[in-house]
Write a protein that binds this ligand. Structure first.
Ligand code: HPA
Length: 274
């Protein structure tokens, strides 16, 4: 019989506890918007995903694939350098397995970053958007299947998927450090295609401000496990636009890279204060 996800998580946990003694307080997922954030970590231990039992291996350019343990602003953290996406062919349970594991390791807060396309006409490339809500119908819900009652309830409440107190803290930090912050709703799609013009327009009409291919499944799992979440997007391209230019992955990575210092500073300051 194949191993249950609980047994797998237990094995992964045991392995990681053998690699690193301390209990991380904060978990961080470094998406395309925060690839170089590792420079801010006082690294104590790095473990390649390929060496971690039951971890999938990241296949996307710009996602290097290791778990980093260390310290930022005096707090113990664990960071995923590289995340897993549904479009890579992993199941939604595989995509979110590391979130389960980080929660079991002891993290009390989860910080997520990503690159996203803007569909709010007031946004421009390079903006940072605090995610204050999401629309998740564009991907597979990772809780489909038998519920694991030890980890969370069958029907999780999603009225505050992104914690208001963390959003307030981010805004306070943004104002103090002069980091301009937008705020809005993230719409998730499976990708890997970028959206058609009609799809970008639909996503806007449905009430979203940005669209991307990650994050939401992770947030659902965090909420299932009662783990408070903060998430931010770097707006790397504008979906709602008049010109006919195409969107490329290279352009997305370039825009993410140039906005990175602002997002990194926001995360570092938040870690200091939460
Ligand atoms: N659409 C979906 N995902 C994205 C985009 C986009 O325009 N930009 C970065 N990730």
């Amino acid at each position: 019989m194949s191993q249950s996800i609980i047994e797998k998580a237990k094995e992964t946990l045991e392995f990681l506890k053998g690699q690193y003694d301390d209990t991380p307080q904060i978990g961080i997922v470094l998406g395309s918007g925060l690839g170089n954030f590792v420079e801010h970590i006082k690294i104590e231990r790095e473990v390649s995903y390929k060496d971690i039992p039951h971890f999938p291996v990241s296949t996307v350019k710009g996602h290097s694939g290791k778990l980093i343990f260390g310290e930022i602003s005096g707090k113990k953290i664990v960071a995923m350098s590289g995340r897993f996406h549904f479009y890579e062919g992993y199941s939604s349970q595989e995509v979110t397995f590391p979130i389960r594991v980080m929660k079991l390791l002891g993290i009390q807060v989860l910080l997520l970053s990503n690159a996203a396309g803007g569909v709010n006409p007031g946004f421009k490339v390079g903006d940072i958007m605090i995610i204050n809500d999401h629309i998740s119908f564009g991907t597979m819900n990772p809780l489909i299947g038998k519920n694991i009652d030890e980890w969370g309830t069958r029907f999780p409440d999603m009225s505050e998927p992104y914690k208001k107190n963390l959003i307030a803290k981010a805004k306070e930090i943004g104002a103090k450090a002069n980091i301009a912050l937008k705020e809005g709703v993230y719409f998730v799609v499976t990708g890997p295609t970028f959206e058609t013009h009609a799809e970008y327009r639909m996503i806007h009409v449905l009430g979203a401000d940005a669209v991307g291919m990650s994050t939401v499944q992770e947030v659902i799992i965090a909420n299932h496990m009662n783990l408070p979440v903060f998430a931010a997007s770097v707006i790397t391209d504008i979906g709602i636009r008049d010109d006919e230019n195409i969107i490329t992955h290279e352009e997305v990575l370039e825009a993410a890279k140039s906005a990175e210092p602002k997002l990194a500073q926001l995360f570092v300051n938040m870690i200091a204060e939460i």
